[in-house]
Design a protein around this ligand. Sequence first.
Ligand code: C5P
Length: 402
Amino acid sequence: MSDLQGKRVVIGITGGIAAYKTIELIRLLRKANAEVRVVLTSAAAEFVTPLTLQAISGSPVSQSLFDPAAELSMGHIELAKWADIIVVAPATADFIARMSVGMANDLLSTLCLATSAPILLAPAMNQQMYAQTITQENMAKLAQRGVKFVGPNSGEQACGDVGAGRMSEPSEIFTALCEQLVPKQDLHGLTVVITAGPTREAIDPVRYLSNHSSGKMGYAIAQAFAERGATVTLISGPVNLPTPANVKRINVISAQEMWEVAMESAVKNQLFIGCAAVADYRMADISEQKIKKTADNNELTLRLIKNPDIIASVAALDEQRPFVVGFAAETQNVEVYAKDKLQRKNLDMICANSVAGGAVFGEDRNALHLFWKNGEKLLPSCSKTELAQVLAQEIVEQFITR
Ligand code: C5P
């Protein structure tokens, strides 16, 4: 059995007879050391009691969007952020329909809309309801947006009908959940170096030039590779993020420092992913003393010189050149500029995103348009965590076919 120590699971229960089986699922999760919070819809409370679920999960059960006590301790947005995964079991036809149109008219649907965590649904309904085109369309729509499904199974139903619509067994849901939470260790032996975050270029002892990069995308990519067993070195500018598990992090401040560490690391790794927002220029001379404002000077000129282009230097390596993936954050003409950068910097792949109006920086969601020599692929908007997982897979596939 997988160890889910430290994993935080929200179990949503909607109103179906299969709700009694979810008690066993919660028991399995607790046995695997997961932290569990249960959210019940009002219809679900007709099938299972909050008291039972509280005893089994070891935590208070949430039922209402407007519960003053719950909002004090763990409001719905907090719970949406807290979750590593949301599993809705059983997920009724009604709940699936509401979710497919983005409704947020109870606590559980609100959580599903507010979370950036993966969502797994275990449908359970009468076989006729399941077979309806509208239900199938709703599920397809959700699947297209990244929602995962487990089941349903076929067989005899509580209502006496026979067909597809029985909720998967707790053990099957548990396995599907583990697959989402604990990725396969299939990248053992792959070595990856990633640059992330901004750089800071000192002006004087108290000031610097920098940019809005939060480092979230680069950190999510590092995590995505490390979770699959790759050996990951993360060269990070100054950011406010915890180091992902099993990632070797090297902190740097300036572009010059990042360049030095990157060049040393690049030749030892198979993949180089330049996600950092490197400052293009630095001070020609850093003032040793704090630059003072003077009464008679309304203008101050700083003389800047160009920083080395880290990714272009890596891509120009003759020997031991890794597979090089760059990023292009643009405010306009995203595709044209990205393709130009791919060629000019001699990259193997470029991941373009639009940062028009300051979008993306510091956000939890992003979308990417990937380009390589003979192809392209659009990765639609989703959480940076999920996007990083999809991107890691695309990079691996291009790396293998190179
Ligand atoms: O030219 P531009 O800064 O838009 O290119 C972005 C890509 O180049 C990113 O992958 C970024 O990490 C990388 N870069 C770099 N060193 C620089 C400037 C950009 O590695 N000095």
